[in-house]
Design a protein. Structure first.
Length: 212
């Protein structure tokens, strides 16, 4: 199986394992914090983010939060199309993710340059479902590696963080930190260097955090 596609499902497991490691090390995980590690917090109002000329501290316009697929009956015919697309592209490198964006729209994220065979999948289908192929900077495997590096750095640091995730468009990573963090933009710069990909830091008003 393609390692990129495996990574897309495994990076969340890695974060759950990270939470377990922290617990063994003596860090008390607040109730629900494991769920916060593998899901996404509500979008941060832009007014809560201080200006950051370096671009490390930003909101959803820069690094959109992960969006859940439509599932079950809500997925409509797009759900069946997505299943077919996964079968068709299973062995192709560069896979970054996919989503049922609407009952009649499927989005495939693929690391640029997108192979012609994947580009050719874009467009409307006879059943009325539109397939959108969106080029990305990083594959699922790249994102998984970055998440592992960032998770390790946060686990060994003192900054209070509440969630680690990928940007929904696979353009980089997203770290949510507590308002008590003194220099979130500096943290973003440091994590960007560690992960070798953009890391957006979003300040939340969450009181329960890891790494306090």
């Amino acid at each position: 199986m393609d390692p990129d596609r495996v990574a897309s499902s495994e990076w969340r497991t890695r974060l759950t394992v990270l939470a377990a490691v922290l617990a063994v090390a003596g860090v008390v995980l607040a109730p629900g914090i494991v769920d916060r590690l593998v899901t996404t917090a509500p979008a941060l109002p832009s007014a809560q983010a201080a200006p950051d000329p370096d671009g490390f501290l930003a909101g959803d316009a820069v690094c959109p939060a992960e969006q859940g697929d439509l599932v079950g009956p809500d997925a409509g015919p797009a759900g069946a199309v997505l299943a077919d697309l996964r079968d068709e592209t299973r062995r192709l490198p560069g896979y970054a993710g996919d989503t049922v964006a609407a009952a009649d729209r499927v989005v495939l994220y693929w690391r640029d340059p997108v192979p012609p065979v994947v580009r050719d999948l874009a467009g409307p289908r006879p059943d009325g479902v539109e397939v959108v192929v969106a080029p990305t900077a990083y594959s699922a495997s790249d994102i998984a590696s970055g998440l592992a590096l960032v998770g390790s750095a946060l686990a060994s640091g003192d900054d209070a963080w509440t969630a680690v995730d990928s940007c929904a468009d696979s353009s980089g990573l997203r770290v949510e930190v507590a308002a008590s963090v003194q220099d979130p933009a500096g943290l973003g710069a440091d994590l960007t260097a560690i992960a070798a990909m953009p890391v957006t830091v979003v300040v939340t008003d969450e009181t329960a955090a890891v790494g306090r």
